[in-house]
Design a protein around this ligand. Structure first.
Ligand code: FAD
Ligand code: DLZ
Ligand code: SF4
Length: 501
């Protein structure tokens, strides 16, 4: 008989390890362990989500007839890591085989390689296999999501009319990305009352991880596949139609806008990416959502999500240590408190503390942009993102942070850094109106810090970025600028950076 080890982000009934096992003979092992709970200081809501979803999934397996051996974190015999729990279970059940679906993170994959006789199966809950991605990447000078995405459209047939993309274009982003107004109707994601299992986990998390980042309550995430489905239903019905239009917008007091909030469910296995995309596609075909919205949404899942995963495995465990600009600054303490006069950062970080969620543009153009402009060590930035979001798993977080947001990989994932001054944030949000700083003021006291940091970043990194065709124009603008103006930018930036110390 075999022990089938199911990890905390493998909560899918069609998991390859379960499919390879026999419920009349094998035992499923699930274990809450200190090692996984502490490799970064996870947000309290993320810990609650994972432990509660694991416990619900175990119940579901039992109802389906599996024998599940579930080791809780408070079990006095719990040894604290998955390898040792596996060995204990092998003895306990006199089992002679181990079946496991490969782990998402390099860290755990390396550990698994040392586990005796484990039969490690591919994780087939994705559209592209790693071999397919590697083949696609092989020999290409540049890896660009758009071309990979088109192949995924062809492979799945999503939004395809024969061999052509629906509507004649692959990408409708030109119609997206409008700023939002606060008087828009905002759909609220459904909130789920904690049941008895979740209540127990809330007590456990408060007891063991009370000092971790983030607000534990109110806890309202779904913790079962059926709740995740309800969240998806509500998104498709209420928010998907305007997803494209307001994908990049940011509004004070509106953390969710028209986003789906399903990444956490996808990443732990409660939702299946292809099924999610088919639901969105059906909304387009039934006339309930426009093509720009549906294409944009599907692109995030079969395009970006798959593309970053491919990069993570292609580039290997060293990827998280990339530091193209050689940045050394420590992450400012306000990333942990939200306590800053910069209204945009305060909003994004406070919301992150409260909800373990921020949408893509907040992560990329507010917290990420600031860290890169300020020259923060990308590894510290990476550890922050890995800790604070409910959806954070290294295979998806690291390429987004190290590659897309910090350009620390020197351009593997993206063709240019996502660097911007305050003008971008002002255009896409209502944050600046209530800020102590003046977004229109470029330098000196009271000027928006993003404005001077933007130029300082470009000047500091000219040897690395000066020949990048996509930023060349910014350097031409700098070169045409009067010297006293240049000096004013650089000294304002120095004052901002001094203030971070
Ligand atoms: P929506 O805006 O509704 O998008 C729909 C789905 O598309 C998401 O649920 C997600 O599964 C997928 N998606 C969208 N953008 C991306 C992307 N860039 N990469 C991968 N999938 C994407 N996403 C994570 O799932 N985990 C992370 O740890 C994570 N860390 C990030 C760190 C940084 C610095 C940045 C810039 C982005 C990060 N993202 C991460 C990507 C993205 O921000 C989140 O997937 C998204 O905000 C989740 O919210 P949502 O479900 O409402 O997404
Ligand atoms: C994230 C996480 C946490 C917090 N706790 C557990 C756990 O106690 N047991 C477990 O099996 N998995 C947990 N996980 C998910 C793992 O960290 C995840 O499977 C690896 O990071 C591989 O992607
Ligand atoms: Fe952020 Fe600058 Fe706007 Fe303030 S003025 S909210 S710091 S972009």
């Amino acid at each position: 008989m075999a022990i089938i080890l199911v990890l905390g982000d493998q909560l899918s009934p069609n998991l390859s390890s379960l499919a390879a096992g026999d419920k009349t003979r094998d035992v499923v092992l699930m274990a809450e362990v200190t090692a996984e709970a502490t490799y970064v200081g996870h947000h309290k809501k993320k810990l609650t989500l994972i432990f509660s979803a694991m416990r619900h999934f175990a119940e579901g397996l039992r109802e389906k007839g599996w024998t599940v051996d579930y080791v809780t974190l408070s079990d006095p015999y719990n040894t604290g890591d998955l390898g040792r729990e596996l060995r204990r279970a092998l003895t306990r059940h006199a089992a002679d085989k181990v079946i496991v679906t490969e782990a998402g993170e390099h860290r755990l994959r390396a550990e698994m390689a040392g586990w005796v006789d484990a039969r490690v199966l591919a994780d087939d809950r994705f559209i592209a296999t790693q071999a397919e991605f590697n083949d696609w990447a092989d020999g290409r000078k540049q890896l660009r999501m758009e071309y990979f995405y088109r192949d995924m459209r062809r492979k799945t047939g999503l939004l395809m009319e024969g061999n052509e993309p629906a509507g004649g274009k692959w990408n409708y982003d030109a119609e997206n990305r409008k700023p939002a107004k606060s008087d828009l109707f905002m759909p609220m994601p459904p909130r789920f009352e904690p049941d008895a299992i979740t209540m127990e986990v809330l007590v456990l998390v408060e007891d063991r991880f009370g000092e971790n980042f983030g607000d534990l309550t109110p806890f309202w995430f779904g913790v079962t596949a059926s709740q995740a489905e309800q969240a998806l239903d509500a998104f498709i019905e209420n928010a998907l139609p305007r997803f494209g239009d307001y994908q990049d917008a940011m509004l004070l007091g509106e953390p969710f806008l028209y986003h789906s909030l399903i990444s956490m469910y996808l990443n732990i296995g409660l939702l299946d990416p292809l099924a999610v995309c088919r639901r969105a596609e059906a909304a387009y075909h039934s006339g309930d959502a426009p093509l720009n919205a549906v294409e944009g949404f599907i692109r995030q899942i079969i395009g970006w999500r798959e593309f970053v995963r491919g990069i993570y495995y292609l580039k290997g465990p060293e990827y998280v240590s990339a530091n193209y600009f050689g940045n050394t600054r420590k992450l400012p303490n306000f990333y942990w408190t939200g306590d800053t006069d910069m209204a945009c950062l305060s909003a994004a970080i406070t919301q992150t503390k409260e909800e373990a969620y921020a949408h893509h543009i907040q992560r990329l153009m507010v917290t990420g942009n600031f860290a890169m402009l300020a020259g923060v060590n990308p590894h510290e930035v990476h550890e922050w993102y890995l800790a604070v979001y409910a959806d954070a798993f290294e295979w998806v977080e690291a390429p987004n942070t190290i590659g897309m947001s910090q350009f620390a990989d020197g351009g593997v994932l993206g063709s240019k850094p996502y660097a911007s001054s305050g003008a971008y944030i002002d255009r896409m949000s209502d944050y600046c109106g209530g800020c102590k700083f003046d977004v229109k003021k470029k330098t000196g006291k009271g000027a928006c810090p993003f404005n001077s940091l933007y130029w300082d970043f470009l000047v500091r990194n000219r040897d690395k970025l000066g020949r990048n065709p996509r930023i060349g124009r910014a350097y031409s603008t700098w070169d045409r600028m009067a010297e006293d103006k240049q000096q004013a930018y650089l000294s304002s930036a120095a004052a901002v950076l001094d203030g971070l110390e």
